[in-house]
Design a binder for this molecule. Structure first.
Ligand SMILES: N[C@H](CCC[C@H](N)C(=O)O)C(=O)O
Length: 266
């Protein structure tokens, strides 16, 4: 079986396209095997993308985290799937279904944009002591669970240690959460680091995390609700902007996609 290795601003995936209507359940174990950094292909997640219809352009996209769990939303996985549908089928705009939610996607020059739906926001959801300072985490649901803390210097955080602590916090068990640390980075810009549940590691970028960061940063007055640049660990910024017709509910997240290589699974 052919696969693509692809990343969305550093968030990397094994991508399988057009497999036909298979049972997704068997892919949990396969995701764990393929994503293993030493013994597999190595990735943050496995994407399975199926073209449902050409006109209108509709894709069904499933994303598994590296530990085999299902991601209910993955902005970068959706962006990778849209990129591949553009390459394979010439689609420029499409509708993507992931975990029962509809997302729009637009391929525009070097950027691929997808929509994320913003759900419940809860200020001061959790607290942790970071570098000796009590720090609040606000939660923002952007299709999956995210908490966001505003800190002075994201580079000075042990993102894996603190991320893991928060991810397993008793107050949010058993679901857990993705954990984001942000700081202001000038006019309409943020710097971010993200610890991802299901990968159980820091990832280089996270689409739904970038949207959660903008929601929380807007709430905290760090940015205004317009276009925001999110500087990540990959050095390949994502851009978040409100949707034109439903700006409070939906955000676009866009950025580069890199197709690294193709291969054949043994
Ligand atoms: N990296 C992803 C989010 C994955 C979410 C996953 N870690 C989970 O909570 O199941 C993104 O670009 O939106």
């Amino acid at each position: 079986m052919r696969f693509r290795k692809i990343h969305g601003a550093g968030n990397d995936f094994v991508l399988l396209c057009d497999l036909g209507p298979d049972d997704d359940k068997k892919w949990h174990k396969e995701a764990e095997r393929l994503c293993a950094r030493r013994t597999g292909v190595g990735a943050d997640g496995l994407i399975i993308s199926r073209l449902v219809s050409h006109r209108p352009a509709v894709l069904d996209v499933t994303c598994f985290n590296a530990d085999g769990s299902t991601a209910t939303m993955c902005g970068n996985a959706l962006r990778c799937a849209a990129w591949a549908a553009h390459r394979d089928h010439g689609l420029q705009q499409m509708c993507l279904h992931m975990a029962g939610v509809e997302h729009e996607a637009v391929v525009s020059g070097d950027s691929v944009w997808v929509t994320a739906e913003v759900g419940a926001v809860q200020p001061r959801r959790l607290q942790a002591v970071i570098n000796g300072r009590p720090t609040w985490f606000d939660s923002a649901h952007t299709g999956t669970e995210h908490v966001v803390a505003v800190v002075d210097d994201v580079d000075n955080i042990d993102a894996v240690m603190v991320g893991r602590l928060i991810r397993h916090h008793a107050d949010i068990a058993p679901l857990g959460t993705n954990v984001n640390f942000i700081q202001s980075a000038g006019h309409q810009a943020l710097k971010i680091r993200t610890y991802e549940r299901g990968v159980e590691a820091e990832t280089l970028s996270c689409g739904s995390g970038a949207v959660a960061a903008v929601v929380v940063a807007t709430l905290r007055g760090l940015v205004a609700g317009r276009t925001v640049t999110i500087h990540n660990r990959a050095g390949q910024p994502l851009t978040v902007r409100p949707h034109d017709t439903r700006p409070t509910r939906t955000h676009w997240v866009g950025g580069p996609i890199t197709h690294t290589f193709e291969g054949v699974l043994a």
